[in-house]
Design a protein around this ligand. Structure first.
Ligand code: SF4
Length: 328
């Protein structure tokens, strides 16, 4: 039996700007297993949020999903009609984003906003059943029943984000994508919201893709992590394995940029700037910043390849080529 609920293959997203075609997501492939917690990390502009939008088919012009395949169970999301995809969103795959709490309707009570989501998806419940389901949803996300009659401006940031999570899970989706869901919140509320999300994931038997740049939060939350750079997926592995032995030089620098409790000096940033996606360097896109670049890195683009079980990396220092070089 295939235990993958989501299979992403060669997904490419391009923004056609006046300055030229900007390759925001560059042929990335990964799987998400049933019940899995997968993280996608990287600096801003690395393509992780665009990936989330593409999986939800929410890329707006001038952006375009240029090619690739997204299979949710056996459903090919990129081949669905717009109307069918609208039904699949929330019912099968849902997104909680950082900005979601600002997109709540300011003049509608929480109850009405959840009812709208249910109605939009053709859920037929009588008044009593609807009230019960909304009450249960609010309880599941850690909000009091009284929140149903409140307007967004009466809620704190953490409460608003919980309402967004309640809306996201109101149809019990099997995949929840959480794109920096707590970055606007203070650290204590952030941890509480993440705990709520994890409890819900377990209750629903759902899989979660957590997107962010906070490696510490990733370490506490996900089981497997993918690292993105300049639209590429450059490394992937189990979170403990990847954190204890990062293979890609970019991942190593990301890890070194984490402040540690023992470290008294300020955390180091990553030298240089991420490349303009309009002007992607030849060869490995990380080579202008890479302290370990080889001559071939300037001309040959490394592909993501499996270097050991559950571990893949796109770097000329690893994999078949480096093994052949060591053997010679
Ligand atoms: Fe550095 Fe070369 Fe590896 Fe790119 S392929 S990360 S430039 S060593």
């Amino acid at each position: 039996m295939n235990s993958n609920i989501l299979q992403v293959r060669d997904l490419r997203v391009i923004y056609y700007t006046r300055q030229g075609a900007l390759r925001a997501v560059n042929d990335i492939s990964f799987d998400l297993q049933v019940g899995e917690r997968l993280g996608l990390v990287g600096e801003s502009g690395s393509g992780k949020s665009t990936t989330a939008q593409a999986l939800m088919r929410l890329i707006k012009p001038p952006g375009k999903i240029e090619s690739g395949q997204v299979l949710l169970n056996d459903l090919s999301l990129l081949g669905l009609s717009d109307e069918r995809m609208r039904q699949v969103r929330l019912a099968e795959i849902a997104l909680v984003s950082q900005g979601a709490m600002n997109s709540l309707n300011p003049v509608a009570r929480v109850r009405g906003q959840i009812e709208d989501a249910l109605r939009d998806h053709g859920v037929k419940l009588n008044r009593r059943e609807r009230a019960e389901w909304i009450g249960e949803l609010l309880q599941r996300v850690g909000l009091p029943q009284t929140a149903a009659d409140m307007y967004p401006h009466e809620l704190s940031g953490g409460m608003k984000q919980r309402v967004c999570i309640a809306i996201a899970i109101c149809l019990k989706p099997k995949v929840i994508i959480a794109d920096e869901p707590t970055s606007a919140l203070d650290v204590v509320v952030q941890r509480q919201v993440m705990e709520t999300l994890e409890t819900l994931r377990a209750e629903l038997g759902a899989s979660v893709i957590l997107i962010g740049h906070d490696m510490g939060l990733m370490a506490q939350t996900v089981a497997r992590v993918g690292v993105m750079y300049a639209g590429d997926l450059v490394e992937m592995g189990g979170v403990e394995d990847l954190f204890s032995e990062p293979l890609h030089p970019y991942t190593r620098l990301l890890m070194a940029s984490l402040p540690s409790l023992e470290q008294k000096e300020a955390a180091r940033g990553i030298p240089g700037l991420a490349p303009s996606l309009l002007n992607r360097p030849e060869g490995c896109p990380f080579h202008p910043r890479c302290p370990e670049a080889l001559d071939r890195c300037l001309v040959v683009e490394p592909k993501l390849q499996t270097v050991r079980p559950n571990r893949s990396v796109a770097c000329h220092l690893h994999g078949a080529l480096s093994a052949a070089r060591e053997a010679s």
